[in-house]
Design a protein around this ligand. Structure first.
Ligand code: PEP
Ligand code: MN
Length: 335
C-alpha cells in the first residue's frame, strides 16, 4: 500500500501513526521527495482499512497494491481450486453443468425435468424453493415442500441439488442440500455470508445486479474468512441501460475473474439474457471464454412456468445446447 502525505504532521502524531501500522505487522518505508512524502507499506495489508487512513488530515491519498481480499485472491493461492461435490469436481478444467427449472413447482414437474437434464448430461439439478421475486404477489416458491421435492428428485436421479437460501433463518432446512445458492439480490447480505462461512458446504455465489467483480470477490472473502473455502462464483449479468436483454452479460469477466481468483467461475446465461433464444449462443461463448461450468434454466413447459418462463429452455433445446457446448469445450480458452 502506498500512502501519500499532504504534509508532515507533528513528530508525536507521525510516530503514533507509524507505530499503529507496525503493530499490524507491517513495515513502513518512508520516501521523502522534494515536494511530497510517501510511505510504502509492506506486509499483509488485506485487513487494513484504507478509508480510515484516507480520512486522516495529513494524508492526501492511498493506493492499494495488494487486493483487499486475500483468501479469494490468485496471488495468495496460485493454483486453481477444485470443489468436490459428491464426487464431482468443478474447477481447473473440470466443466460442470447445473440445470433445472427456475422454481420447483411440483414433484412431477421437477422429477420429469431432472430425468431429462440428466439424460442430456447435466451434472447437478437446480430448482428454487425460496424465490426472491420483485413482486410480493408473484409465486414465492414452495419453500420447505420445495426442498423435500428436490431431495426426492435427487433420490430418483442421483443428481446433487443446488438451491437458494434467502435468509439465515432458512439454513437449518438445508442440511441435506448439496450446494447452497446465494442469489444476486443477496450477494451483499453480509450476515448471511458470515453464517455460510461457518458451514462446510459448497456455496454458489451469484454476482449482484450492480456489483463489481471486486465486490463479488469481497463477498466470497466474507465466506472464506469464516473458514468455508468451497465457493463457486457465478456471472449472471448486471443491470445496464440496455433494455433488450434482462441483464447485460459481459463475458470478459470470466477470464478476468480467473486471473483475480483461484475459485471456479461459472456462467448463468438464462438470467443474464432473460431470453431462451440467447441461451445457446451465450452458453457456447461462455464455454469458449473459459468458464468452469454453466447454470441453465430448463422447464418442461416454459410457456406455463410459474417463474422465468421466457428464458427457460425446453428439454430438447437444452439437449441441443449441451451438444454445442461439448463441441466447443476442447477449444476453450485456458490461461
Ligand atoms: C435464480 O437463479 O433463480 C435467480 C433468482 O437468480 P439471480 O439471483 O441471479 O437473479
Ligand atoms: Mn430464475
Amino acid at each position: 500500500m502506498i500512502i501519500k502525505l499532504k504534509y508532515r504532521p507533528e513528530k508525536k502524531d507521525f510516530d503514533a501513526f507509524v507505530a499503529g501500522l507496525e503493530k499490524e505487522g507491517l513495515a513502513v518505508h518512508e520516501i521523502d521527495g522534494e515536494r511530497f512524502t510517501v510511505l510504502g507499506l509492506t506486509g499483509d495489508t488485506s485487513k487494513l482499512d484504507a478509508d480510515r487512513i484516507r480520512a486522516l488530515d495529513f494524508v492526501s491519498g492511498v493506493k492499494r497494491i495488494q487486493e483487499p481480499y486475500k483468501e479469494a485472491s490468485r496471488s495468495f493461492h496460485p493454483s486453481d481450486t477444485v470443489i468436490d461435490i459428491s464426487g464431482k469436481g468443478i474447477g481447473a478444467g473440470n466443466f460442470r453443468v447445473i440445470a433445472g427449472p427456475c422454481s420447483v413447482e411440483s414433484e412431477e414437474q421437477l422429477c420429469g425435468i431432472a430425468k431429462a437434464v440428466k439424460a442430456s448430461g447435466a451434472d447437478f439439478l437446480r430448482g428454487g424453493a425460496f424465490k426472491p421475486r420483485t413482486s410480493p404477489y408473484s409465486f414465492q416458491g414452495l419453500r420447505k415442500e420445495g426442498l423435500r421435492i428436490l431431495l426426492e428428485a435427487k433420490k430418483l436421479t442421483g443428481l446433487p441439488v443446488v438451491t437458494e437460501a434467502m435468509d439465515i433463518s432458512q439454513l437449518e432446512l438445508f442440511d441435506d442440500i448439496d450446494v447452497i445458492q446465494v442469489g444476486a439480490r443477496n450477494m451483499q447480505n453480509f450476515e448471511l455470508l458470515k453464517e455460510l462461512g461457518k458451514l462446510r458446504k459448497p456455496i454458489l455465489l451469484k454476482r449482484g445486479l450492480s456489483s463489481t467483480l471486486q465486490e463479488l470477490l469481497m463477498s466470497a472473502e466474507y465466506i472464506m474468512a469464516g473458514g468455508n473455502d468451497r465457493i463457486i462464483l457465478c456471472e449472471r449479468g448486471i443491470r445496464t441501460f440496455e433494455t433488450t436483454t434482462k441483464n447485460t452479460l459481459g463475458l470478459a469477466s470470466v477470464p478476468l475473474l480467473k486471473k483475480m481468483t483461484h475459485l471456479p467461475v461459472i456462467v448463468d446465461p438464462s438470467h443474464a439474457t432473460g431470453n431462451a433464444a440467447l441461451v445457446k449462443p451465450m452458453s457456447m461463448a461462455a464455454t469458449a471464454a473459459g468458464a468452469d461450468g454453466l447454470m441453465i434454466e430448463v422447464h418442461n413447459d416454459p410457456a406455463n412456468a410459474l417463474c422465468d418462463g421466457p428464458q427457460a429452455l425446453d428439454p430438447a433445446a437444452f439437449d441441443d445446447t449441451l451438444k454445442a457446448v461439448k463441441q466447443i469445450l476442447p477449444f476453450a480458452y485456458r490461461d
